[in-house]
Design a protein around this ligand. Structure first.
Ligand SMILES: *[C@@H]1O[C@H](CO)[C@@H](O)[C@H](O)[C@H]1NC(C)=O
Ligand SMILES: *[C@@H]1O[C@H](CO)[C@@H](O)[C@H](O)[C@H]1NC(C)=O
Ligand SMILES: *[C@@H]1O[C@H](CO)[C@@H](O)[C@H](O)[C@H]1NC(C)=O
Ligand SMILES: *[C@@H]1O[C@H](CO)[C@@H](O)[C@H](O)[C@H]1NC(C)=O
Ligand SMILES: *[C@@H]1O[C@H](CO)[C@@H](O)[C@H](O)[C@H]1NC(C)=O
Ligand SMILES: *[C@@H]1O[C@H](CO)[C@@H](O)[C@H](O)[C@H]1NC(C)=O
Length: 940
């Protein structure tokens, strides 16, 4: 029997034998000390390898630390020697915490002429250059310098390493200057793996690539390549991975015929200028696992061969989003055995249906059909997609009820099927998906009550149910959701009370346009993250006492409710973020605190239709970003707040229906109100002459270039989490209109119902871009200035109920867009201008004057006046009896233009899958006032 001791000795002996066998000759002293000197050049710092190694989950540790004098360097970690000669032939120091630089005099270059493989990836070489001494490694077959903080020009010497089989220079700050890339490609004829991702090449792509017949991997992403990519690449016999995303100026096509012997597995072309149609022979790529061709310029339909079950057996990921593809989506794709990630969103003309039957072995995890023409019903068998984690079908044309079986998909984290035509009730099964993070069913036609009992949604951060027909009360589980961040249930038919929200993460709440009532829990203001609170058009009551807790609040919209009390003193100085304060149509009262601090962000302050009183706070002059100030329909009592003249951002000033009084003082500023486009002072007690200086200097109402007019609306800031649209009550063409979106080209002046006196200054004609002018119900005298004919954009002009004399200037016929004219109740005489828009006005426009004549009035003018041409439109007689604005038919051009402009809404909504991407869409459902917007934070 052998003892344990003997066994141990035998073991030791064997070990020794093994080692001496493997390393018959020890590593030379020369190479040992050269390696130790090389080690001296670095410090070891975890963070030198941290970002990359950790993110790809490679174990990183300081390999060199175990290198010690006196031991055989061939046994060192990361060192590989030739078994026969003991020459060091390989060095693998990837993820080794190296922090330092490799100087040209480094021992590494001088003692290792046999080196075949050098891997320094994932270290930190301090943005130093790659030394040209690399040329000394003449036998190098593998060189990896990936993600190791090299910078500058790749030395030309690298292209002399013609034995290279694998070269990876990716993810540094390197550039290959011409003709570097060409030389590299021409000389490295043996190369199998070439990874130059993020190396700035910025040149035309080289056809010599086609000579690299051994290529298995080619990664030229983010290289700034231009020109036409040689489609012969697709025919390289061994190519496995072709990855060339993000070369925006790189054009190319799929070759018309792709050989079935192709071994391509990964094909990534996104964000290039690849175009043309996808060929049918794409089905020959039998080994294809990943095809990512998003953000390209392809067109035509998706070849059915991509859905061929016998061919596409390996495909796991297919991304053709943002491509402009059309036609019918090949059903087969849904049945591919390994496809788990399918994204075809933003192919607006792509039609398709969800397959009626989905196999329960389907591996789908991620499915995005948004912004396509997909329609039909979601089948019950959708519940078979057991692995599904994310399903997005925003802005499609799906209808029918939401299948209860969706509730079987227990892995689901994100479900976004907003902007479809789903009907029926919200299936309560959905709320059993305990992993849900985001649920967006908004903008459908879901009706009925929300389920009252649920198991619990501990991770739900985003709940979008807005714009449906949901009624009943908001069940209490909603208020208890622990991780809720975004909650939108606006535009439904909900009733009842709102409870305290439990989630301390809550940032955005939109409950607008429901029938909710009762005190709104003011504790909500205490939530530390609260960013946007939209409660408009409900019947909430309560006060703002707690407002000052909401220090990150950006948007507060309480309009059309029954809130009361006064505005807390803190208003102007508690928050530097608040930029929308909309309290319209409530029962607020008291004075506005005069505490607006120098650093504030206010863009909109809308206090219209409340019971506010007292003066306009002087400190409003600190609101240098203020665009809209609406104080209308209150009991403010003050002189004209001339100190606002210097607010260079102010576009809308509404003081309508208050107790403002006195004359408008002569402006102290050279350019008062430089951006004012809407000025409504009507129904106050202003006196004195009209403010000539304003007419002369309101630049925003002059020379507006309509050609450069892109539809832009007030209140599109683009840097808040949520979107606010200014809503104003404006008298347009004589009728009070709620303007939901205020076009930034809309311009109007309304000074009516005051006691202004004196003449209308000729200078008013300088406001040549003004669309509406109402000076009615004052005591204005003198003539109608002919200069008004310069204001060619005028759509309505009301000078009625004044003491104007003289004739109507014939030049007013130039006002081609004039749709509404009221000159009644003055002392005008003479012939009414004929032709153009004047043919559309009725009696009401002229009644109660001294001696006007000609059509549409019955009394003819002096016979020497030439007869006007016949009326273009004969109006029914009964419509012209008794004057109201409503009976005046729109002019023949502008009603349409106006209607279009009013009806044209552009919305660009962001999916609430936060920070992931931007979804844009178009809708023209009026009455929408808010939208989520860019994630960019408000930065100034
Ligand atoms: C590298 O070392 C320098 C000091 O020698 C240090 O300032 C730097 O933070 C280190 N870099 C990394 C990435 O560890
Ligand atoms: C050296 O020998 C070992 C063990 O026999 C073998 O695994 C290794 O591939 C050899 N290395 C070279 C470079 O020949
Ligand atoms: C190598 O070069 C660097 C920089 O040029 C220098 O700081 C260093 O002293 C040199 N080392 C030796 C051993 O010459
Ligand atoms: C290509 O490599 C050879 C050595 O094989 C070298 O002599 C030649 O200069 C290289 N040419 C270029 C353009 O890099
Ligand atoms: C490919 O290589 C051959 C010779 O090896 C050469 O004649 C030809 O010009 C090369 N083609 C390209 C496109 O560089
Ligand atoms: C799938 O491809 C095979 C050839 O690879 C072909 O015979 C078959 O008709 C194709 N099936 C469909 C449905 O296109």
């Amino acid at each position: 029997m052998v003892s344990n001791n003997q066994l141990f000795h035998l073991f030791l002996f064997l070990c020794f034998f093994q080692i001496t066998c493997l390393h018959a000759q020890l590593c030379t002293q020369e190479q040992t000390s050269a390696l130790l000197q090389f080690k001296q050049q670095f410090s070891f710092d975890k963070y030198a390898s941290y970002y990359f190694c950790d993110s790809v989950e490679i174990l990183s540790y300081p390999k060199m630390e175990s290198w010690k004098e006196g031991s055989d360097c061939c046994s060192w970690d990361g060192v590989e020697c030739d078994n026969n000669t003991s020459q060091v032939i390989g060095l693998d120091l990837s993820c080794s915490w190296l922090n330092g630089t490799i100087h040209p005099n480094s021992t590494i270059f001088y003692y290792f002429p046999h080196l075949q493989s050098l891997n320094l990836a994932f270290n930190h070489f301090g943005l130093s250059r790659i030394s040209s001494e690399f040329i000394r490694f003449t036998r190098l077959t593998h060189l990896n310098l990936s993600a190791s903080f090299f910078s500058g020009k790749v030395p030309i010497e690298v292209s002399f390493l013609s034995k290279l089989v694998s070269l990876d220079l990716s993810l540094n700050d390197l550039r290959l200057e011409e003709p570097g890339f060409e030389l590299l490609v021409q000389n490295l004829t043996k190369v199998r793996e070439l990874n130059l991702r993020d190396v700035n090449i910025s040149s035309v792509v080289s056809n010599s690539l086609l000579n690299l017949t051994s290529l298995t991997l080619l990664d030229l992403s983010l290289c700034g390549l231009r020109g036409k990519f040689p489609d012969g690449i697709f025919h390289l016999p061994h190519l496995n991975e072709l990855i060339i995303w993000d070369n925006l100026a790189l054009t190319g096509y799929f070759p018309e015929f792709i050989n079935s012997s192709s071994s391509l597995q990964y094909l990534v072309l996104s964000r290039t200028n690849f175009s043309g149609e996808l060929p049918d022979s794409i089905g020959n790529l039998k080994s294809l696992k990943t095809l990512v061709a998003s953000y390209c310029e392809f067109y035509g339909s998706i070849p059915t061969s991509l859905g061929n079950l016998t061919e596409m057996t390996s495909l796991t990921r297919l991304d053709l989003s943002f491509c402009g593809l059309s036609g019918k989506f090949p059903d087969g794709i849904f049945h591919l055995p390994h496809l788990n990630d399918l994204r075809i969103d933003f192919n607006f003309a792509l039609t398709g249906y969800f397959p009626e039957f989905i196999n329960s072995s389907s591996p789908f995890q991620y499915l995005d059909l948004s912004h396509t023409n997909f329609s039909g019903e979601l089948p019950d068998s959708i519940g078979n997609l057991k692995s599904l984690k994310m399903l997005f079908a925003y802005y499609c044309k799906f209808y029918g009820s939401i299948p209860t079986s969706l509730g079987n998909l227990t892995e689901m984290t994100n479900l976004g099927i907003a902007y479809n035509n789903f009907t029926g009730m919200l299936p309560s099964s959905l709320l059993n998906l305990t992993k849900l993070v985001e649920l967006d069913l908004s903008n459908n036609q879901l009706r009925g009550r929300l389920p009252s009992q649920i198991i619990g949604l501990p991770n739900l951060t985003s709940l979008g149910l807005g714009d449906n027909l949901i009624d009943g009360t908001i069940p209490s589980w909603v208020f208890s959701l622990p991780a809720l961040y975004y909650f939108n249930i606006s535009y439904n038919k909900l009733t009842g009370h709102v409870k305290e929200f439990k989630s301390t993460l809550l940032a955005i709440v939109d409950l607008s346009n429901n029938n909710l009532h009762g005190r709104f829990p003011s504790s909500t203001f205490k939530l530390v993250n609260l960013n946007s609170l939209i409660l408009s058009s409900n019947n909430f009551s309560g006060d703002l006492d707690m407002l000052c807790h909401a220090i990150f609040l950006q948007i507060l919209v309480l309009s059309s409710n029954s809130f009361n009390g006064s505005i807390p003193q803190c208003l102007g100085n508690f928050s530097i973020y608040l930029f929308v304060l909309d309290l319209r149509k409530n029962n607020f009262s008291g004075t506005i605190p005069d505490t607006f601090a120098k650093e504030n962000s206010f863009e909109t302050i809308n206090l219209d239709s409340n019971g506010f009183e007292g003066p306009v706070p002087k400190s409003l002059e600190n609101c240098k970003w203020l665009q809209v100030l609406d104080l209308g329909h209150n009991m403010f009592s003050d002189k004209f707040p001339y100190w606002l003249e210097n607010l260079t951002s102010l576009q809308v000033l509404i003081l309508r229906s208050n107790k403002f009084h006195g004359p408008i003082p002569n402006s102290k500023f050279k350019f008062p109100f430089p951006n004012l486009r809407i000025m409504d002072l009507s129904n106050n007690y202003f006196t004195g002459p009209l403010p000539r200086k304003y007419f002369k200097n309101l630049n925003a109402m002059m020379n507006v270039d309509e050609a450069s007019f892109e539809l832009q609306y007030l209140g599109m800031p683009g840097y808040s989490l949520y979107y606010y649209n200014d809503c104003l009550t404006i008298v347009i063409k004589g009728s009070t209109t709620e303007m939901v979106k205020v076009l930034t080209i809309f311009t109007a002046i309304d000074f009516s119902k005051n006691n202004f006196e004196g003449q209308i200054p000729q200078i008013i004609g300088k406001l040549n871009s003004i669309q509406g002018l109402n000076l009615s119900h004052n005591s204005l005298t003198g003539h109608i200035p002919a200069s008004l004919a310069n204001s060619t954009m005028l759509e309505w002009l009301d000078l009625s109920s004044n003491k104007l004399t003289g004739e109507i200037p014939q030049q007013l016929r130039n006002l081609k867009f004039l749709e509404v004219l009221n000159l009644s109740r003055n002392q005008l005489v003479g012939p009414i201008p004929q032709g153009n828009q004047f043919d559309t006005f009725l009696n009401g426009s002229y009644i109660d004057n001294l001696a006007l004549c000609g059509p549409p009035l019955l009394n003819a003018c002096n016979p020497r006046t030439p007869q006007p041409p016949p009326l273009m439109f004969q109006q029914e007689d009964n419509t012209s009896s008794g004057f109201t604005w409503e009976v005046i038919l729109p002019g023949y051009i502008c009603g349409l233009v106006w209607g279009l402009v009013m009806g044209y809404f552009i919305f660009s909504r962001r999916k609430p899958q936060w920070l992931v991407r931007i979804i844009e869409g178009e809708r023209n459902k009026s009455g929408k006032r808010f939208k989520k917007h860019s994630h960019r934070n408000r930065a100034r």
